[in-house]
Design a protein around this ligand. Structure first.
Ligand SMILES: Nc1ncnc2c1ncn2[C@@H]1O[C@H](COP(=O)(O)OP(=O)(O)OP(=O)(O)O)[C@@H](O)[C@H]1O
Ligand SMILES: [Mg+2]
Length: 359
């Protein structure tokens, strides 16, 4: 007789500064069957600069989400992000994986803002180069940032199966959504507008070239409205969601809408920072004598729900911009009114997919 232990259900859990998202899905003949996609507001001031600073409050919110999902416990794939989480593509002398593992702290020391001893460092050898060296992807995150997230999960009774980078998870979801986009050959920008941060990544032929964090997000827009019109946070949020920023695209006719005029400088500043990151990528490419012009952009995160933002970004950046509503796609079944399919769940979806190896 063989006894098979029933394993815990796998979830993707995205602990954001504004909302915590939980997604649970399975492979299906067409692609994916979504069982659950939920979000709850993050308790105020419980997540700061990527770290969980109030472990008990975040754990309680995670527990609440589990309950709403009908789960007693779960094994979670979680993520990290923020300015202190770094990803670098580096070229170093050729060595085998074992040797690199021994010297990775030394190699990474040049790129990691914190001391390497206080960081978790991972790497992936991407391949040999023509000049006898090799390209390596190095990822590092402060131990305290990662550990605080693990503590919140543990306190909520959730076992952590893996820790990923947010942009990697969002990209996995994008690949799975397979919206007829040529990921293998294109150079794409993946932009996630969260509450306090915006992540800009460039993916060239399926490989991450850069990922950067801008310390601005949807909250800066709310903040501007709140201050100017002396509103409560909730009223400013509500008001923001009613605006359509496409009205700002006509430069010949300044908008008469006062809230839009208050929003515009913040939005333009955010887009300027995006452009700076994209220019940085382009200049690296030019230096290396490589091509890699951007083909298009995908914008995800709750900030992507601002009405008209994809068109506005497209107008300002001169690129095609698609909203990243990953689950809103024929490859995903099981959707219902209770299942969140907006651009804010792309990270959690990509995390949930980690539980399921390629079919
Ligand atoms: N309908 C909407 N219109 C405009 N903005 C919206 C809308 N819905 C949500 N947002 C904004 O999205 C932001 C939150 O997005 P999201 O939930 O992706 O953030 P987060 O993942 O918690 O934050 P971070 O990634 O910074 O940790 C907030 O600034 C919120 O105001
Ligand atoms: Mg986020």
């Amino acid at each position: 007789m063989s006894l098979k232990m029933k394993s815990k259900p796998s979830i993707g859990l995205d602990i954001g500064h504004y909302t915590i998202k939980l997604v649970m899905l399975d492979r299906s003949p067409q692609g994916w069957k979504v069982h659950t996609s939920l979000s709850a507001l993050t308790p105020p001031n419980s997540v700061r600069d990527g770290s969980v600073v109030d472990v008990a409050a975040v754990a309680a919110t995670i527990k609440g989400l589990l309950k709403r999902a009908g789960l007693k416990n779960a094994a979670a794939h979680v993520s990290v992000a923020g300015a202190s989480v770094v990803m670098r593509n580096v070229r170093i002398p050729k060595m085998n994986e074992q040797t690199l593992r021994k010297s990775i702290r030394f190699e990474a020391g040049r790129y990691v803002p914190n001391s390497p001893e206080d960081s978790y460092i991972e790497f992936e050898i991407l391949g040999d180069t023509e000049d006898g060296q090799m390209d390596v992807l190095i990822v590092a995150a402060p131990k305290q940032l990662v550990d605080s997230r693990l503590q919140a999960c543990t306190m909520a009774g959730v076992e952590v199966e893996s820790v990923d980078l947010e942009p990697f998870a969002a990209f996995r979801a994008l690949v799975e959504a397979n919206q007829g986009i040529d990921i293998a050959n294109d150079t794409i920008a993946l932009i996630d507008i969260g509450a306090y941060t915006t992540q800009v990544s460039v993916i060239h032929k399926g490989n991450f070239a850069i990922t950067r964090t801008i310390n601005q997000g949807g909250n800066n827009l709310t903040d501007a409205l709140q201050r100017y019109f002396k509103l409560t946070f909730e009223d400013a949020e509500e008001g923001k969601m009613q605006l359509d920023v496409r009205a700002l695209l006509d430069d010949t006719k300044p908008t008469e809408n006062p809230p839009l005029r208050v929003l515009q400088p913040q939005l333009d500043e955010l887009i300027r920072e995006m452009r700076r990151s994209l220019n940085f990528y382009q200049s690296q490419q030019t230096e290396a004598g490589a091509g890699g012009n951007l083909s298009w952009m995908l914008v995800s995160g709750g900030g992507a729900k601002l009405p008209g933002i994809a068109d506005y970004m497209s107008g300002r950046l001169g690129l095609k911009v698609y909203p990243g509503c990953i689950l809103d796609n024929p490859r995903f079944s099981g959707l219902s009114e209770e299942i969140a399919t907006g651009p804010e769940v792309s990270v959690a979806s990509g995390l949930a997919m980690r539980a399921h190896k390629a079919a």
